[in-house]
Design a protein around this ligand. Structure first.
Ligand SMILES: Cc1cc2nc3c(=O)[nH]c(=O)nc-3n(C[C@H](O)[C@H](O)[C@H](O)COP(=O)(O)O)c2cc1C
Length: 197
């Protein structure tokens, strides 16, 4: 698929894991490799620097990593969030980053930002529950999450090689489908904005 737009689409990759050998980071590396021409993905790598949310800190002004995170979201045409599943939910590090980005609620950078979700776990359900939880958080922030295809990678340890490269062909194709759909999704909202102007 080639994207029919005059400019490229810039997607911000966000990984809900700080683990060096994170499978979910591996999914985003695969997404970078599999992205259609005209869509580029850059991973925001500073989630671990974002302090735990406190309204007291916020009232003194956003800490620099929060400013950088919000700015990266603002600049992006869309988000691509790879979430692990911790206790049937999204990891605290991801929720914390979303909480910061959701502030202030009026005019948050997450508001009306197109997004796609994927996730991987060694278990059998491949982050089904954490993806639902993430969709729920994004309901409040009015983030425009692509409904399908869903990319839930179960038994992920069998799908990557020892160098952290995703080898599983069906999963690779599914990620390609997700990215193609995300490109269409972004352009749909761009056209709506143009029509409304
Ligand atoms: C605190 C904790 C809770 C977890 N809970 C779940 C869970 O509810 N469902 C699941 O499929 N895997 C669960 N796991 C396993 C993770 O899916 C696994 O560690 C995965 O590799 C994390 O993603 P990453 O490789 O991107 O770091 C849990 C792991 C941790 C550390």
């Amino acid at each position: 698929m080639t994207i029919s737009t005059n400019s490229s689409l810039h997607v911000l990759g966000i990984v809900g894991s700080l683990r060096v050998k994170s499978y979910n980071r591996g999914l985003l590396r695969a997404a970078i490799e599999l992205a259609p021409p005209g869509l580029d993905i850059q991973i925001f790598d500073r989630l671990g620097e974002i302090p735990l949310y406190s309204q007291d800190i916020e009232e003194e002004g956003d800490p620099e990593p929060v400013t950088a995170f919000k700015e990266a979201i603002r600049q992006a045409d869309a988000l691509l969030v790879a979430t692990p599943e911790y206790n049937y939910n999204i990891p605290g590090v991801l929720k914390n980053a979303i909480d910061w980005a959701s502030r202030p609620p009026e005019g948050s950078v997450l508001n009306e930002k197109p997004a796609a979700i994927l996730g991987a776990s060694p278990g059998g359900t491949g982050t089904a529950r954490s993806q639902l939880a993430l969709r729920q958080a994004f309901l409040f922030t009015r983030t425009l999450v692509l409904p399908s295809p869903e990319v839930m990678v179960a038994r992920v340890h069998e799908k990557f090689d020892e160098n952290g490269v995703l080898q599983h062909e069906v999963t690779r194709r599914r990620i390609q489908d997700l990215l193609n759909s995300l490109a269409v999704w972004i352009q749909k909202f761009r056209m709506n904005l143009r029509a409304a102007a």
